[in-house]
Write a protein that binds this ligand. Structure first.
Ligand code: FAD
Length: 559
């Protein structure tokens, strides 16, 4: 058993910049936020209260992101029978020995206040007959602590409230259809803004630059790196790729959560697939094998409500043993009223797809769902690059460890947006002129996208081995690099997908053990000495990984 960092990987598709035309227009701001999910919009609102000029750039419409798809809800110790310590314990258990306890403590302690802040902003969570927040339970939680809205439409309601607050604030400039490309840096390497491509917004069109001494990545996850995912089309890992290109420390990317119960729509289904929330199992739905037998009872004391990695692995084992492409979710005992009131969105979507969960079994299988790793940050959302923050799913704060506890991700975006705002309250990083960079450029034809997705799903999916990961890395290395004509959005996104895939496969290959959502067939045991993070950086065209201890990094504080 090796317990050393993986050898450097030649990272031809992790070049220093995306190939793009030089900026044709310039703007200035104090803070640029890239992304308009719960992390980006919360941060923008906080930064405005500090009096800064804030610009939010988002590559599609403002509401498009994973946040609006969140069904189950947001976790926080809000009940009088619950406590931050209980929430901490459940988060550490799910994280399989890889959480940074200091980061989790921040999450669970600040969580209840942050959720109350959302309520004050106008978010209409579901309530009990007595008027209290209605709290439910999800996999891995030993208490009822999930606040939800519109039954299973929590994300939509949160986005509605946040977007409405942002629209009401004249001090926030919002650019939609604006794709961030790369960072602008000064002579010392500190961030001084971004380059971006905007599609027809008044005076702004084409590639431009926004100069700002504080840039916040809030670009969400990387689901589109895989063939089947619950994530929307915008989840192409852009923020992670951009940071990796700039040489930021990336950590824990090997810990990709595969959601156990994603509707199985046939072997050819690709892209975003419909999720059946864990909360459905929380209300009593069961998992059945192809013979109609429950199989979670003897695998975990929490049975169907075991942590996600346990359930996903059990489903994969049943599928392998039986040769079936899916298992069944049985929610018939919930009854029509519970389905209608608690899960209206899932009910409608299932019926559209031909399954009535009130009377029928629903076919489900695991699919990519959440990136536990990302751009490594400290307890205040600072990345390893001066002036660059990361918040939400793009970040690796250390709270999720090897496996995210259900409904902790919306909370992470909220809490760490507040923490970044606390740093900004002490001042902005120094503003200086950006310098031109003369390093390598790269862009990939969009035709490569399905090739990357297949390579990653086949080689670095729920089950991995040295052989399958090497095969994926070889596929990535063989991708065509010639690009005909001038690059546009689809090509830049495809390049980002390929870059993130490379870093992820590199880290998955390095971790020679099984832990949390990282399941190695060739290394089935959890190795205590592997209770460390892999911290990877692009150095002189190679991905170099170091092993880092389980506490958030303490790099030099700025501004
Ligand atoms: C189906 C589903 C159900 C889920 N259910 C839950 C749940 O119940 N509870 C929970 O806690 N979590 C849940 N999650 C996870 C959670 O929704 C996400 O982790 C969280 O919303 C991420 O928020 P974010 O602000 O970091 O990113 P997002 O909400 O994904 O927003 C990212 C933003 O960045 C923009 N962007 C990306 N790249 C660029 C670029 N290059 N330039 C400009 N803009 C860019 C996107 O357009 C988008 O606006 C669920 C996820 C999915 C997909």
């Amino acid at each position: 058993m090796t317990m050393t960092p993986p050898p450097p990987t030649a990272a031809g598709i992790v070049a220093a910049e995306l190939a793009a035309p030089s900026p044709g227009w310039f703007e200035e701001s104090d803070v640029v936020v890239i992304g308009s999910g719960i992390a980006g919009l919360s941060l923008a609102l906080h930064a405005r209260t500090l009096g800064y000029r804030v610009m939010v750039v988002t590559k599609s419409r403002v509401e498009h992101g994973s946040t609006q798809w969140a069904q189950g809800g947001i976790a926080a110790a809000l009940d009088e029978d619950d406590s931050p310590d209980d929430h901490l314990r459940d988060t550490l258990t799910a994280g399989a020995g890889l959480c940074d306890e200091d980061a989790v403590r921040v999450l669970v302690t600040q969580g209840p206040g942050a959720v109350r802040g959302l309520v004050e902003l106008g978010t209409r969570f579901d309530r009990t007959a007595g008027g209290d927040l209605a709290l439910t339970r999800e996999g891995g939680h030993l208490r009822d602590r999930i606040a939800h809205a519109g039954g299973d439409a929590t994300g939509r309601e949160i986005v509605r409230a946040l977007v409405s607050a942002v629209h009401d604030d004249d001090g926030i400039t919002l650019y939609e259809q604006a794709l961030a490309l790369d960072l602008l840096r000064d002579g010392d390497g500190a961030v001084q803004g971004i380059t971006l491509h905007v599609m027809e917004q008044g005076q702004r069109d084409g590639v431009g630059a926004v100069l700002a001494p504080a840039v916040v990545l809030a670009t969400g996850g990387l689901g589109q790196v895989f063939a089947a995912t619950t994530n929307p089309l915008v989840a192409t890992g852009d923020g992670m790729a951009l940071a990796a290109r700039a040489g930021a420390v990336m950590a824990d990317l090997e810990f990709v959560q595969f959601h156990p119960t994603v509707m199985w729509l046939g072997p050819a289904a690709r892209g975003q697939q419909p999720l059946v929330s864990e909360a459905v199992r929380g209300e009593g739905a069961l998992l059945l094998d192809p013979h109609g037998r429950r199989f979670m009872m003897d695998r975990h004391p929490l049975a169907e409500l075991a942590p996600r990695d346990v359930v996903a692995k059990a489903i994969m084992q049943v599928m392998r043993e039986s040769g079936a492409p899916h298992v069944w979710l049985d929610g018939r005992a919930l009854g029509a009223d519970v389905w209608r009131e608690r899960f209206p969105t899932i009910l409608v979507r299932s019926r559209e797809l031909g399954f009535d969960p009130v009377t029928q079994l629903v076919p489900v299988a695991p699919a990519q769902h959440y990136a536990s790793g990302g751009v490594r940050t400290d307890l205040s959302g600072r990345s390893s690059i001066r002036g660059l923050f990361a918040c939400g799913e793009v970040a690796c704060t250390g709270v999720h460890g090897a496996n995210r506890l259900a409904s902790n991700s919306l909370l992470e975006g909220l809490v760490f947006a507040e923490r970044i705002a606390d740093v900004l309250a002490t001042g902005l990083p120094r503003r200086r002129e950006p310098v031109a960079r003369s390093q390598s450029e790269f862009v990939m034809d969009e035709a490569a996208r399905p090739l990357v997705q297949s390579a990653m799903s086949d080689g670095v999916g729920v089950l991995r081995s040295a052989q399958s990961i090497d095969a994926a890395l070889r596929e990535l290395d063989r991708l065509p690099r010639e690009f005909p004509g001038e690059a546009a959005t689809a090509a830049w996104e495809t390049s980002n997908i390929a870059t993130v895939a490379t870093v992820l496969a590199h880290q998955a290959g390095g971790r020679t053990e099984t832990r949390g959502s990282h399941w190695r067939e060739d290394y089935p045991e959890t190795v205590p000495a592997w209770a460390v993070h892999q911290a990877t950086r692009l150095v002189d065209g190679e991905l170099v990984t170091e092993l880092a201890p389980l506490s958030t990094p303490r790099w030099e504080a700025w501004p």
